[in-house]
Ligand binder design. Structure first.
Ligand code: SF4
Length: 492
């Protein structure tokens, strides 16, 4: 990809002939972009796509509804102002508008792909959200758009002949009946006749095999045309996985002389997501002696760090950073923080050793040393996606980094009703780490699901779970105000 400060698209050529570059709104982005882009556009496009994918994730965190039934998510994608797309049959005010819309979609995908290719967790996140985005767009596309797009993919699918289809009639009709709940013979026959089938290696459509939506014969899956989306998603996923690993390996070579300009932008885009800011609202209100008693209000990652600290009288750097910044966020001042860590390490380190080995880093994290950066507490995304714990480390997110057995044990130790443990563990196992954490918070606070905000930051978990937090005090105050207003208006 090139960058340029003199990018001048020649729209006139697109007024004359149809645009061959972006023929459909649906896209698997399999060809690398060849066009120039202004440096400021480069950043804006990347950030806009990130905002869209983030909205998708926020809706997905709470939802276990299948994608094709998730109307809220469809609304998010249809109404977003970051990267919007209309299909070919839609009305555009000009060809230029259509071109610009699709160009932004195309380039933004690649910019974010480049920003997110660097680590496995970042790649996984990007691929997951992009596949959801594609699937929702597919569900929302017209039949003609889908047909044209599938043809353009040249998937080389093997059609099942009429003769073979007829031979398999009984088995295929049974499957249709199971899926549609239609029992009437005539209706089943009509549905069967309207379907075309493709033969595909079963490994390419494992989700259809798992949901028993296809017939398997001699290692081949007989896939009806309306399920072809599974084949496309499977190919898309493999393509993204392979191409992002490749991009990661050639990252520096690819940026070449633009490295100085592009690398900071790409890093900033990736960090915008993982460094989701948290502004503490509880400044200096927690004393170091209070911390052990407050642990029950902490999310599991921080409960684990406190417990490990008590047991080992020490935490490695990753744990000290994650836990220290969290404590700062809940309202532990620098002075109290120094007292807390000194006391916690006292079984292994005397005062002199503590001052020499650890005090500087604590002051540094409060912005009192070195570059004087006032560091923010880590977000869930940062904890989940970066710096995974090694043996002997205790940082990280237990829902992401602990085995199911260890996670179960940790959950039992929190005193949570053990009936909920299997559900929380299975959410974590399915990769819904923050949903598992939100579930834990909902149970702990004895709240309704709608009352609890998704856990996207450990400190926001604490804000919601600790009754004395500024968050909860403000919440209580505003609900009291509403009650008062209600009373007044009723008196009138
Ligand atoms: S989801 Fe976030 S708050 Fe919850 S345990 Fe994981 S990192 Fe901590």
């Amino acid at each position: 990809m090139q960058t340029s400060v003199n990018y001048q698209p020649q729209y006139s050529q697109y007024e004359i002939k149809p645009i061959p570059v972006y023929p459909y709104s649906l896209n698997l982005y399999m060809n690398y972009p060849q066009e120039d882009i202004e440096i400021n556009e480069f950043e804006i496009f990347g950030l806009d796509r990130l905002k869209l994918l983030k909205e998708i994730e926020n809706h997905q965190i709470r939802s276990t509804v299948p994608l094709n039934e998730n109307t809220k998510l469809l609304d998010v994608i249809k109404n977003n102002t970051y990267i919007n797309l209309k299909e070919n049959s839609s009305t555009y005010s000009s060809v230029k508008e259509k071109y610009e819309e699709r160009r932004k979609d195309y380039l933004s995908h690649y910019i974010l792909k480049l920003a997110y290719c660097q680590t496995e967790d970042l790649r996984d996140w990007f691929i997951k959200q992009e596949c959801i985005l594609f699937q929702i767009r597919w569900n929302n596309s017209s039949k003609s758009e889908k047909q044209g797009f599938v043809q353009s993919l040249n998937l080389n699918l093997e059609n099942v002949s009429m003769k073979e289809k007829e031979k398999l009639r009984d088995k295929l009709e049974t499957l249709i009946s199971l899926k549609s709940n239609v029992k009437n013979g005539e209706e089943l026959s009509r549905l069967f006749s309207n379907k075309n089938y493709f033969k595909i290696n079963f490994e390419e459509v494992l989700d259809l095999v798992q949901s028993r939506s296809v017939l398997i014969k001699n290692g081949l899956a007989y896939v009806p045309d309306e399920e072809i989306i599974s084949v496309i998603i499977s190919k898309y996923k493999s393509f993204l996985t392979e191409s992002m690993e490749y991009l990661s390996s050639i990252y520096n070579k690819l940026l070449k002389e633009d490295n100085d300009r592009l690398d900071p932008i790409l890093k900033n885009i990736a960090n915008q997501y993982i460094d989701e800011g948290y502004t503490a609202g509880n400044n200096g209100v927690i004393n170091h002696q209070d911390i052990p008693n407050l642990t029950k209000y902490f999310p599991l990652c921080m409960q684990n760090l406190q417990k490990s600290l008590q047991m080992e009288s020490h935490l490695r750097h990753g744990g000290r950073m994650q836990y220290g910044l969290f404590l700062k966020g809940i309202g532990v001042s620098l002075e109290e923080s120094l007292l807390f860590w000194k006391k916690a390490f006292s079984k292994k380190f005397n005062d002199d050793q503590f001052q020499k080995g650890y005090a500087y880093n604590i002051r540094h994290s409060y912005g009192m040393e070195g570059k004087r950066t006032n560091y923010s507490p880590f977000s869930c995304s940062k904890i989940i996606m970066t710096n995974p714990p090694s043996t002997g480390d205790h940082h990280g997110c237990p829902f992401r980094h602990a085995s199911t057995t260890v996670l179960e044990k940790m959950l039992y130790q929190t005193g949570i009703n053990k009936n909920h443990v299997p559900e929380i563990c299975s959410l974590a196992k399915l990769g819904h780490y923050q949903l598992a954490c939100t579930k834990m918070l909902t149970i702990f606070t004895n709240a309704n699901e709608e009352e609890v905000e998704n856990v996207i930051h450990p400190n926001r978990y604490f804000d919601q779970s600790y009754p004395e937090s500024e968050y909860n005090k403000n919440k209580k105050q505003s609900s009291n105000t509403m009650d008062t207003q209600k009373t007044v208006s009723m008196e009138f």
